[in-house]
Design a protein around this ligand. Structure first.
Ligand code: SAM
Ligand code: SF4
Length: 333
């Protein structure tokens, strides 16, 4: 096995896989309401996704995260989880996980556990039912709450992801900390990132730096520094009053690139070496060119030599806010 080491000496041991760009929600910061989705023929089949993921595992990737779009709306997605679960059984993989909006969790929680999934990230930006529908446009919070109950019952550890949105959920962050503490869920706040055209919504109006979120939280809760790490970019604190953890993903106020260990595969087989850069490598052509994996392996190693030092995200009034043209749903969160 040869490991994937980039030109800056960072070992790539984490692959995020967006299995579809489609979604049953239309979150205002993620998509416009009338999104155009990729033709289905452009997508890698589930077998091809397994082949590419397994090539990464062969080269030292220890953690796979399935994301999207909404991963659980891809037809027959459990067959991919089942297939990838074999790498957990062999010990090659230490974690298989997913990020979901939770709408389909009630249906799939038990199956996910059976495939070896132990932790799920569920995105919920508000606990208010009307606000939830306003943010997601098409979502119903009760459906997600049922999904969370099923996840708990199945034995899945849940982390809630909340995008910090100025003027939208800023009044609710304390309630979210209390709720997550009571449910035993970790909570991670994410800064809104300038990715893709989102119609009339303005990023600048949405952007709420997490330094300010953290200061607000500290006015009510005792935040203790924590060295907890998950292999992701969040920095964690422990909330003394609830015993729960809060993570902060701060691509804009704090650049986390120096410890970046991951790359992202889109559902069409395009490998993005950085969430915030446009450079990419096509892995679909080598996968389809031959049945053996030599061309695929070569393409992967070549791509890793192009992993950039970091992203150039900016949100400011003078320079505007669009840093990469593709939506988060293309490369996953
Ligand atoms: N549909 C699933 C979900 O919502 O969890 C998985 C895909 S979604 C693209 C992954 C994460 O990215 C979600 O937590 C979502 O809130 C976040 N996200 C989407 N667009 C974003 C943006 N422009 N800036 C920051 N986070 C974003
Ligand atoms: Fe769908 Fe997730 Fe994007 Fe919301 S954030 S529109 S749930 S992909």
């Amino acid at each position: 096995m040869t490991e994937l080491i980039d030109p800056f000496g960072r070992k790539v041991d984490y692959l995020r896989i967006s299995v579809t760009d489609r979604c049953d929600f239309r979150c205002v910061y993620c998509m416009s309401e009338d999104m155009t989705f990729l033709p289905k023929a452009d997508l890698l089949t589930l077998e091809e996704l397994d082949r590419v993921s397994s090539a990464f595992v062969r080269h030292g990737v220890r953690k796979l995260r399935i994301t999207g779009g909404e991963p659980l709306v891809r037809r027959n997605i459990m067959s991919l989880f089942k297939a990838l679960g074999r790498h957990l059984d062999s010990g090659a993989l230490s974690e298989l996980t997913l990020t979901t909006n939770g709408s389909q969790l009630a249906r799939f929680a038990d199956d996910l556990y059976a495939c070896g999934v132990r932790r799920v990230n569920v995105s919920i930006d508000t606990l208010d039912a009307d606000k939830f529908t306003a943010i997601t446009r098409w979502g119903k919070i009760d459906q997600v709450m049922d999904g969370l109950k099923a996840a708990k019952r199945a034995g899945l550890q849940v982390k809630i992801n909340a995008v910090a949105l100025k003027g939208v959920n800023d009044s609710e962050i304390h309630d979210m900390v209390a709720w997550c503490g009571g449910e035993g869920f970790d909570l991670t706040f994410i800064e809104v990132m300038p990715m893709g055209d989102i119609g009339n919504e303005q990023r600048i109006d949405q952007y709420w730096p997490l330094s300010m979120v953290r200061a607000e939280l500290a006015s009510r809760w005792t935040l203790e520094e924590s060295d907890y790490v998950t292999g992701g970019p969040a920095r964690y604190v422990r909330v003394k009053e609830t015993g729960g953890r809060i993570g902060f993903i701060t691509p804009l106020t704090h650049n986390f690139c120096e410890s970046c260990n991951r790359v992202r595969l889109s559902c069409t087989g395009t490998l993005y070496m950085c969430l915030g850069q446009d450079d990419a490598a096509d892995l679909r052509a080598p996968v389809r060119a031959s049945e053996g994996d030599q061309l695929l392996d070569e393409a992967i190693f070549e791509a890793i030599t192009r992993k950039p030092k970091g992203h150039d995200f900016v949100i400011d009034r003078r320079r505007g806010a669009k840093s990469v043209a593709r939506h988060m749903s293309v490369t996953g969160g």
